[in-house]
Design a protein around this ligand. Structure first.
Ligand SMILES: NC(=O)c1ccc[n+]([C@@H]2O[C@H](COP(=O)([O-])OP(=O)(O)OC[C@H]3O[C@@H](n4cnc5c(N)ncnc54)[C@H](OP(=O)(O)O)[C@@H]3O)[C@@H](O)[C@H]2O)c1
Length: 393
């Protein structure tokens, strides 16, 4: 029996890795819908290969071009367009699993649509948890959705917890350590980082990822977002979540238990590993990734994060400790600042300054609905955009 799958953001790094795993197991998985924002040619090729029932394009002109391309190639995939149709393919009753691989806050509604319809949700879009953590978890509990993290650290934690979100958490019996590679500028000071280009910031030493998460990895904000994600996912307070710099990215998670045992999750840094784990869960399937060659692992290094030169991680911890919509504000300010850096309007080192100033200039409030989450997000974007206007090169 096939599992029917929707991939939100199929043209991105998570999306293409997911399709790679799916295509290795034609007897297990079938694609129901693929979605993208603008990359219609990539999506057309994916549709011709995987023959989904639907392809959703957000940008209308790209949707038209996708339609013509598919028609001229005799494809029977139906092209849909816009955010409403994106939500539709995320909650379609016949779909078994949804891979939430859209980048940024724009992925919130479609991820929540999948969660609320009680599907198996493979979560890559960490921003939706960072923005709406409490509401997100409530929706999971209400709908019976099976939430499986595919962020490699969180997937590793989940595996160390024997696939059980509840183990030991209520009694605070465990601590977590999230490893971070340190990104392309590990060991640099702020002066040296001030003039780095977007291309340099996106050149991650160990992982091939989209541009936004690559910049987040370079500032260490990605690890900050992951601390918040882990706190919401596993119901663990920030002071029981630690971060260690581990440049080789071979260990993806540590879970420390009350009896002094520490379990670690190891593997070659390749997103197909957590994706295959979550797709097949609770079974195991091949991912296309080799097992580790331990004879090459003679030099695994660990050190503390450099908070002075990479302040984003601390800012994320602070936002988590404020509660309310502080992490929503943090996420919005970070997305706005990273966008400004990627379009060369601000310097790399100004990203963390803008996030901090946005938090300082915002009033923290409680969020009860997704509409309130979106209002908080847009208020924070407007505050950070004003800060960027004032300092832009
Ligand atoms: N990449 C990784 O290894 C990795 C690891 C862990 C977690 N994650 C998380 O996974 C998510 C995706 O990251 P990624 O690296 O795969 O990003 P990416 O390569 O930039 O891909 C993003 C995907 O989202 C689509 N998209 C962009 N803007 C959109 C919009 N306005 N509406 C609808 N769809 C839109 C893109 O479509 P177009 O191609 O048409 O622009 C693309 O399919 C992020 O939340 C990231 O933090 C990624």
């Amino acid at each position: 029996m096939h599992q029917l799958i929707t991939i939100l953001g199929s043209t991105g790094s998570i999306g293409t890795n997911s399709l790679d795993v799916v295509s290795q197991h034609p007897d297990h998985f079938k694609i129901f819908a693929l979605t993208a924002n603008v990359q219609y040619e990539v999506l057309a090729n994916q549709c011709l290969r995987h023959k989904p029932r639907f392809a959703v394009m957000i940008e209308p002109k790209a949707a038209q071009k996708l339609k013509s391309l598919l028609q001229s190639n005799g494809s029977s995939t139906e092209v849909l367009c816009g955010a409403e149709d994106l939500n539709k393919v995320a909650q379609e009753p016949t779909v078994d699993a949804v891979i939430a691989g859209i980048v940024g806050s724009i992925g919130l509604r479609s991820t929540m649509a999948a969660v609320e319809s009680g599907k198996k949700v493979l979560l890559a879009n960490k921003e939706s948890l960072v923005m709406a953590g409490r509401l997100f978890k409530q929706a999971v509990a209400r709908s019976g959705c099976i939430l499986l993290p595919i962020d490699s650290e969180h997937n590793g934690i989940f595996q160390c917890l024997q696939d059980n979100f509840e183990i030991g958490l209520k009694q605070n019996q465990i601590k977590l350590t999230l490893p971070a590679s340190g990104g392309p500028f590990r060991g640099w000071n702020r002066k040296k980082m001030a003039d780095v280009t977007p291309k340099e910031a996106c050149a991650h030493p160990n992982w091939k990822m989209g541009r936004k998460i690559s910049v987040d990895s370079a500032t260490l904000m990605n690890k900050g977002l992951e601390v918040i994600e882990a706190s919401f996912l596993f119901d663990i307070p920030a002071d029981l979540i630690d971060v260690v710099i581990h440049p080789q990215s071979v260990i993806h998670a540590f879970v420390h238990f009350a009896d002094g045992s520490t379990l670690a999750h190891m593997g070659i840094p390749d997103m197909r590993v957590p994706i295959a784990h979550a797709l097949a869960w609770p079974k195991r399937i091949k991912s296309g990734v080799k097992t580790l060659d331990l004879s090459l692992m003679s030099d695994l290094q660990f050190s503390s994060p450099d908070h002075e030169n990479f302040p984003s991680l601390k800012i994320a911890y602070e936002a988590l400790s404020y509660g309310g919509d502080a992490t929503t504000i943090l996420n919005a300010a970070n997305e706005t600042a990273v966008g400004a850096f990627l379009s060369s309007r601000i310097k790399f080192t100004q990203i963390s300054e803008i996030v901090r100033e946005t938090l300082t200039n915002s009033v923290i409030s409680n969020l009860e609905t997704l509409e309130e989450v979106e209002e908080s997000d847009s208020r924070a974007r407007s505050v950070s955009s004003q800060i960027i206007e004032a300092i832009a090169k």
